[in-house]
Design a protein around this ligand. Sequence first.
Ligand code: S3P
Length: 450
Amino acid sequence: MPSTGAPKPATSRMSASLSGTARVPGDKSISHRALLLGGLSESETRIEGLLEGDDVLRTGRAMEAMGARVRRDGNLWIVNGTGNGALLAPEAPLDFGNSGTGCRLTMGLVGVYDFETAFTGDSSLSRRPMGRVLAPLREMGVQVHAAEGDRLPFSLHGPHTASPISYRVPVASAQVKSAVLLAGLNAPGITTVIEPIMTRDHTERMLTAFGAALAIEQQSDGSRRIALQGRGRLVGQAIQVPSDPSSAAFPLVAALIVPGSDVIIPNVLMNPARTGLILTLQDMGANIEISRQRKTGGEDVADLRVRHSELKGVTVPQERAPAMIDEYPVLAVAAAFSEGVTRMQGLGELRVKESDRLSAVAEGLKLNGVDCEEGDDWLSVTGRPGGKGLGNAAGDEVKTHLDHRIAMSFLVLGLASQHPVTVDDTAMITTSFPQFIDLMRGLGADIEQA
Ligand code: S3P
C-alpha cells in the first residue's frame, strides 16, 4: 500500500523525441461512480475500461463489504448490486487508502443508513478535510463519531429516516456535491444541491443513466440546481469508461515539451467540466489536434494528437479552475518550458488535495531551478524554453508527500530539463495510473526507478 510500502524513488532525464500511441487508463472519477452505483443498483452492471488503480479497487472492496458482488471477467468488471436502500452494514472499517473520492462519495452513499460505518485511510487522506461532507450529512441526521476534529478515522451512523435537504455547496467540489446526492438516494422526498460554480458532472450523468429522477436547472444567478427524488429504483447498466484526461495530461505535456515529439492519445474523456487543461495549453500555443469527437456512454470522447510546441506563458482564467483542478501541477511543468510568465490563480483547493499541491509544486520547481512564486492561492512560473539549467544535477529529491500527481508531474519535468529530476517516491502512482512509467518509457521517455 502506498502509505506503508518502501518508497520507490525514480529519476527522469532529458529524452529524445517521444512518439507512439499512449493508451491511458480509464477515468478515475467515472470508475469510482460506476462501482458505487453498480453496487447500489438492482441487477447487473458491466463496466468496460475500469481504472484498475488502488483508489478505485478500494471502492470496489467497500461495495463488496456492503453486500455487492464485484468481479473481473476478462476485460469487464461485473457488479451485482444490492438494490437502492439495501446496503448491508460493513463488518470492518472501510479503508480508502489514499482516495478522497472513494471515501467522500461512500460517506454520502452509506452514511445515512441506520447503522454504524467506520472509515479509515492513509496518512495523506487522514490529513484532508472531511467536514465539508460531514456538515451536510449532519443536516440529514447523521451522527459522527470522530476522535479528532473532522478528520479520519471516524464512524457514521445514520438516523432512522434521513431528512432530505437543500444544500448550497460552499466550495467548488464535485465530491461534496456527489456525496449529498448519493445520500439523497436513501432519503424520502427531494434532496437538492446548488452549486454556484459548476464542477464535474459525472454523478448527475450516471445517476440519470441508472434511472434516478434528477432535475437540473441553470438558475438566473448562474448557479446549478440539482434536485434528486430519493428512494427511487436504480437499475444496472453497461458502462464504457473513457481514458482519464487527468492521466492523459502527463504524456500530453511531455509530448509538448520534448522537442520532436508526436504522440497520439486515443479515447480521451472530453467532458467540458474536465477540459480546462487542453484549453489552457491551446491558449499557450500547444499543437493538440482533436479528432473523432463522439459520444461514449453519455460522455464526450475524442482522440488527441500532440506535437512538440513552442509554448508561451498565459494568465489562466480563475473561473476555469474547477475544469482543470487536478492538472495544475503538470500545467506548472508546461509553464517551466514556456516563453514568459504563466499565472495561475484561484488555487486554494490545491492545498487540500492528496498533498498541499501548491507548496509541493513550488518547492519541487525551485529545487529544479524553475523560477516561480507561490501566493496563498496562486502560483506564477517563469519559463525557460529549452530547459537550460533546469533539473537538479546533485540528484536532490522532490518530496512527493504521497501524492501521485506530484510524482508524475516532476518525472515529466525531467524529460526536457538539462539535468535529471529525481522524485523521492513513485509507489503511490498505482492509485491512479499504475502503467505510467512503462507507458512513458514506451514512448521513449528516459525514466529509471531505483
Ligand atoms: C473528484 C473531484 C475533485 C478532484 C478529484 C476527483 C471527483 O475533488 O480533485 O481528483 O471524482 O469527484 P474535489 O471535489 O475535492 O474538488
